[in-house]
Design a protein around this ligand. Structure first.
Ligand SMILES: *Cc1c(COP(=O)(O)O)cnc(C)c1O
Length: 495
């Protein structure tokens, strides 16, 4: 199975190389070719999460042995999740919630970022490289801590995280500031997530940095890295399997998935799941007030020229959604000319339009809704008071989208991806439920716990007492230079 750059279909490589590189050298995103082996649904019915993950990833990665994949997966999931199902599926009035936040940092990013370091290490050992892998990562709030957690103290790696100084929740910020590990650096940028992501893409392909740092290999842990995407395919199958086991559906029945989306990585993994045989009817893309994806999926016009709106679901506050590039490449049968022209338009004019034939194809699987702030808060309120289920604002956006969809299509079961613990956003969640504001995130965490009598995830309950280690804040204009300086230091040490 080859991995192909979205900017040049002749630029292909192995999974091993793609995961090490992060971004293709032409600026494209590595995307799996389409001669997939399909998954036999009958085979997966009795598998636990680890066996299922081994089976699914083995069909998508052919340059790792099944044993190697199994070892990576076992190391990633066996002891770092607080639920034996890894991703438990629970009933709600609208359908089912697939809880993706039982990992070490309480957000769905853990699903991929507990595994990525193991995949990278294994890939690297195949290459006999002795350079330091230096991972640069932009975060809108959740990726950063999950990536640090995955790479902290991993030999021959270094991890540098850029996060927007304003916009992330108190708890998310504290998670990053208190990180440990000799190979960790955390920098706040005076800008938003789009600025951080752009800086990372620029730095990874920056010739000055590449020339000055011969002892290091730059890569990324953002979902531009294919190693981030593939682990996310697994839980779509897992949720389906659970519904079959519980006799809620019969094998081969269609289901919908509702996915709270920002960079489009989670939902794109759902599309890959469909390609390899999961009977998905619709992938429902849910956005907050930054509704660029809703508009795009409905009209075929991607227009990032709009005000960036900070919301209470900050991990989805994104205007330039990277993984759409992969979807368009797949939908257009690898039309790299089209991708280049769209991405040039996006860079020059802040917008692009896809041909109607591609839009038709896209709409066969995808549909989209957005949810404003008041609706999001109302959904959190109602879901707690009517169903006794505590959800975070990202999950609420998805549930809001699900309700809109169910006004036009009632019969197909919906699985809603629940992407974070409510305790990562306790101020907004508490306010939504009680109409009372609480001054700090940590006070709100306690209040939410007292009010709902639900457990605070361990990593969050200990957070307040940890010392801050990272307080650096820089202007976005200085970011490339700061990164260059840091990379030179890493390069010097790894000599
Ligand atoms: C990252 C994130 C999202 C958005 O996922 P994408 O893959 O970027 O579309 C949604 N919810 C939470 C809690 C997240 O951390």
């Amino acid at each position: 199975m080859k991995y192909i750059s979205t900017r040049n279909q002749k630029n292909t490589t192995t999974f091993t190389q793609a995961v090490i590189d992060g971004l293709a050298n032409d600026g494209g995103l590595y995307t799996p070719e389409t001669n997939y082996q399909t998954i036999d649904l009958n085979k997966i019915i009795n598998m636990d999460y680890i066996s299922l993950a081994t089976y699914i990833l083995s069909t998508l990665i052919d340059d790792f042995s099944q044993d190697e994949i199994h070892e990576c997966i076992t190391n990633a999931y066996q002891s770092s999740f607080d639920n034996e199902d890894i991703t438990p599926l629970t009933k709600c009035d609208e359908g089912w919630l697939l809880e993706l936040w039982h990992g070490p940092t309480s957000a769905f990013k853990d699903m991929a970022l507990t595994l990525l370091p193991h995949l990278m290490k294994a890939a690297y050992s195949k290459q006999n490289e002795d350079k330091l892998i230096s991972i640069l990562t932009a975060t809108s709030g959740d990726t950063g801590k999950a990536a640090i957690n995955g790479f902290s103290n991993v030999a021959n790696t270094a991890i540098t995280v850029l996060y927007p100084e304003v916009g992330v929740s108190d708890i998310q910020k504290k998670q990053m500031q208190t990180s440990i590990g000799y190979n960790v650096e955390v920098i706040a940028i005076k800008g938003n997530f789009d600025d951080c992501q752009r800086i990372v893409k620029q730095a990874i392909t920056n010739q000055d940095i590449l020339h000055a740092c011969k002892n290091i290999k730059l890569s990324s842990a953002n979902s531009i890295n294919i190693g981030r995407l593939l682990p996310q395919v697994v839980y779509y199958f897992f949720a389906y399997q659970k519904l079959v086991i519980r006799k809620e559906i019969t094998i081969y029945d269609p289901v919908n998935f509702v996915v709270p989306s920002g960079n489009f990585g989670n939902i794109l993994a759902g599309y890959i799941a469909k390609q390899i045989g999961l009977p998905i009817n619709k992938l429902i893309c849910a956005s907050n007030s930054n509704n660029v994806l809703t508009e795009f999926i409905r009209t075929g016009v991607y227009n990032a020229n709009r005000k960036f709106i900070p919301t209470i679901s900050p991990s989805m506050d994104i205007l330039v959604s990277s993984n759409l590039e992969r979807l368009l490449f797949m939908l257009s049968d690898h039309n790299d000319k089209l991708i280049n022209s769209c991405m040039t338009d996006l860079k020059k004019k802040g917008e692009y339009t896809i041909p109607s034939s591609i839009l038709d194809k896209l709409q066969q699987t995808f549909t989209a809704y957005d949810c404003d702030e008041d609706t999001c808060k109302q959904v959190i309120h109602d879901t707690y008071h009517n169903q006794n289920i505590l959800i975070d604002p990202h999950t609420a956006v998805a549930l809001g989208a699900c309700r809109q969809h169910q006004q036009i299509e009632k019969d197909i079961p919906c699985i809603i991806l629940s992407t974070a613990s409510a305790y990562k956003f306790p101020q907004d969640v508490y306010q939504s439920i009680t109409n009372e504001s609480i001054e700090t995130g940590f006070q709100a965490m306690q209040a939410l716990h007292t009010y709902t009598n639900t457990p605070i995830p361990h990593n969050l309950s200990v957070l307040e007492s940890l010392p801050n280690r990272f307080n650096k804040v820089i202007d976005k204009q200085d970011a490339i230079q700061t990164i260059q300086q840091h990379m030179k230091e890493l390069n010097h040490v790894h000599n």
